[in-house]
Design a binder for this molecule. Structure first.
Ligand code: ADP
Ligand code: MG
Length: 564
């Protein structure tokens, strides 16, 4: 039977549709990029499943995407012979958004179109972008391996609900018909569509075909059988030599692999030969996805083995603190039937992981050196994640430390712009340690009495106020041979920064004030561990310091908040 069922979109989908239609009007043509990107993913999935089940190819192994149009009917059609969808898959994938945290994210929308349209970049636009140009979208699909009568038709006007019906479909894969809105009819044009495909989809490693534009032969009545021609380059981008790939192509490829609507900040494309052979193409995204801190958020690289797609989100090739890196790795050493379990460890994976980690850190280092402004953007978006590095990756601690940025008493307000190299470069005569102070807010640390003596001596202090900072400093003990010292702790030893006279003055002051110290100790009793005459202060009469071995204030608060 072909009874049609009408189902409602998930609330999040309705919101996303509204947002997309209203915010992407200046860049409408991206719908084609998204639909072709999905078709290419569908071909990748089929090729992979066919490795173990060749029957899925149904004698049609030339995977391709076809884009056609009907100017009279105002339609554009995108058709693939990839994996296809079952009825259930169509309902799930084209009616809901699976990403965790989506609801929370969308509830933050301000209603301010300009701001909201920037938010959409964090989302990736995907299938629903079809509704930017179409007021009706019909999807016909059949999952590879299922009989012809197990096809599905999904149809929607993008207004809150969609129809779903079981249909007969001979060819496997998915056909999407866009009924163009009034005012968008110009998209049903061969020249225009070719231009868009060239611009956005040239890097797709699968042939994208369009009807061959043959000059109408004279005196011919019957229309000749449709001929197709490939309009893209159709070779996987990462297999091409670096010198032959332009920036625009790298950027478009990023959008395809990362499912991101925005531009990347940097990339690194490398072919490794020798004991291990693989190609990697790694990207630093331009902005953090909304679910960066969600445990189940997608992370990892797209894994290919000898150019055959094997899996998305292969997490084993990069440490967690580099989970924001996107891209592709194509190995000649792994087996095509590699599983997530096999990927867990082993000498090949271990050595690729350490090389790709180093590549990623080098790419960030280069970005910080060559494009400090873009690095500042990177730091704003991902700095907190990078701060997990020293704890997770002992071997690269120094390298990661070099990439960190801090606020400091010499910086511009609370902006995190100071690198450790900057700090070392302006250390005072005789200074051999890196001083820092942690606290809850910038205003609090900036006004801390602990800073008085440093201000007097003109010595820079790093000001750390992020939640993760104390934890970070627990793992960051030195940089370039210089120790880190928390200026709120124990007896502050200023070493060579102090002159002989300073020291003598302090000793005599300590003697003079012995009686006062005793009285304070008695008065404060068990509330304090010790009372000492300090040389930290120049203006304030007293300061609370933390013992050398005690937990920092921030850590205490974190532990208290978590009930420990
Ligand atoms: P994404 O590509 O980031 O997963 P999309 O919104 O573009 O998100 O697509 C949603 C899902 O719909 C895809 O993940 C896929 O499961 C399914 N899908 C979309 N287009 C196709 C297609 N041409 N063939 C098979 N499945 C598809
Ligand atoms: Mg997609």
């Amino acid at each position: 039977t072909t009874t049609t069922e009408t189902l409602g979109f998930q609330t999040e989908v309705k919101q996303l549709l509204q947002l997309m239609i209203h915010s992407l009007y200046s860049n409408k043509e991206i719908f084609l990029r998204e639909l072709v990107s999905n078709a290419a993913d569908a071909a990748d999935k089929l090729r992979f499943e066919a490795l173990t089940q060749p029957a899925l190819l149904e004698g049609d192994s030339e995977l391709r995407v076809r884009v056609s149009f009907d100017a009279a009917a105002h339609t554009v059609t995108i058709e693939d012979n990839g994996i296809g969808m079952t009825r259930e898959e169509a309902i799930a994938h084209l009616g809901t958004i699976a990403k965790s945290g989506t609801g929370d994210f969308l509830r933050q929308l301000s209603g301010d179109q300009k701001k909201d349209s920037q938010l959409i970049g964090q989302f990736g636009v995907g299938f629903y972008s079809a509704f930017i140009v179409a007021d009706q979208v019909d999807v016909y699909s059949r999952r590879a391996g299922l009989p012809a009568d197990a096809g599905v038709r999904w149809s929607s006007r993008g207004e809150g609900e969609f129809d779903i019906a079981t249909i007969e479909k001979t060819g496997r894969g998915t056909r999407i018909v866009l009924h163009l809105k009034d005012g968008e009819h110009d998209f049903a044009d061969g020249w225009r569509l070719r231009g868009i495909l060239k611009k956005y989809s040239d890097h797709i490693g699968l042939p994208i075909q369009m009807p061959k534009e043959a000059p109408a032969a004279e005196g011919e009545d019957a229309a000749p059988a449709q001929e197709w021609e490939t309009v893209n380059r159709a070779s996987a981008l990462w297999t091409r030599p670096r010198s032959e790939v332009g920036d625009a192509e790298y950027t478009e490829f990023y959008k395809h692999v990362a499912h991101d609507h925005g531009d990347p900040l940097a990339w690194s494309h490398n072919k490794v030969e020798g004991k291990l052979e693989y190609t990697s193409l790694l990207y630093v995204p331009g902005r953090a996805p909304f679910d960066l801190y969600h445990r189940e958020a997608p992370k990892g690289l797209k894994l290919y083995v000898q150019r055959v797609f094997v899996m998305d989100q292969a997490e084993q090739f990069l440490p967690l603190y580099l989970r924001f890196i996107k891209g592709v790795v194509d190995s000649n050493d792994l087996s095509l039937n590699v599983s997530r379990e096999i990927l867990q460890s082993g000498p090949v994976i271990d050595s690729m992981k350490s090389a790709l980690t180093k590549r990623s850190l080098d790419m960030l280092e280069k970005l910080s050196r060559d494009k400090p402004e873009q690095y500042a953007t990177f730091w704003k978006e991902f700095g907190q994640v990078l701060k997990e590095g020293p704890a997770e990756d002992f071997n690269n601690r120094e390298k990661v430390a070099g990439l960190l940025r801090f606020a400091s008493t010499r910086g511009e307000g609370d902006a995190q712009t100071v690198s450790l190299a900057d700090y070392l470069g302006r250390m005072a005569e005789g200074q051999d340690t890196i001083y820092y102070l942690t606290g809850e807010s910038f205003t609090q640390v900036r006004n801390s009495p602990h800073l008085e003596v440093f201000r007097k001596k003109g010595v820079e202090v790093l000001l750390l106020t992020d939640r993760i900072d104390e934890w970070l400093m627990g793992y960051l003990t030195e940089f370039d041979g210089k120790r880190f010292v928390d200026i709120a702790r124990g007896d502050l030893d200023l070493g060579a920064l102090e002159s002989e006279e300073d020291k003598q003055a302090q000793e005599s002051a300590a003697k003079d004030k012995q009686a006062l110290v005793e009285r304070l100790k008695t008065a404060l009793g068990d509330d304090v561990a010790d009372v000492r005459v300090s040389h930290r202060l120049t203006d304030s009469p007293a300061v609370l310091a933390i013992g050398e071995q005690d937990l920092g204030l921030q850590m205490r608060q974190i532990l208290e908040a978590s009930g420990q």
